[in-house]
Design a protein around this ligand. Structure first.
Ligand code: FES
Length: 111
């Protein structure tokens, strides 16, 4: 089973999940604690995370991630509600709003 490591609010949550799990679905049924999320449908950004390791196992960002995250979706920031976990992965939700803002600002500056 894939092992998930989540950094959030100064804590590190480490847990095995079934292959092809969605962490927001698991959080919704109280089987994955501490994960921040909201709509579960790619519309609110509350579940955004930065991938620390294991990005290679993920499918490419979908249109919802691209709409919400812009270029950040291709720079290691993803919407957890849109991810299917197939192998070990380490993610962080620490300071994620600031990271997204910084990424968007740097894109504006280079245009
Ligand atoms: S939970 Fe709302 S975008 Fe993922």
């Amino acid at each position: 089973m894939p092992r998930v490591i989540l950094h959030v609010d100064g804590e590190i949550i480490e847990q095995e999940v079934k292959e092809n799990s969605n962490l927001v679905v698991l959080a919704g049924i109280k089987q994955f604690p501490k994960l921040k999320y909201g709509c579960g449908m790619g519309k609110c950004l509350k579940c955004a995370c930065e991938i620390i390791s294991g990005e290679e196992q993920l499918s490419s960002p979908n249109w919802k991630e691209e709409r919400m995250l812009g270029e950040s979706a291709h720079n290691g920031i993803r919407l957890t509600c849109q991810l299917t976990i197939r192998e070990d992965i380490e993610i962080t939700q620490e300071n994620i709003a600031e990271k997204i803002k910084k990424e968007k600002d740097s894109i504006k500056l280079t245009k």
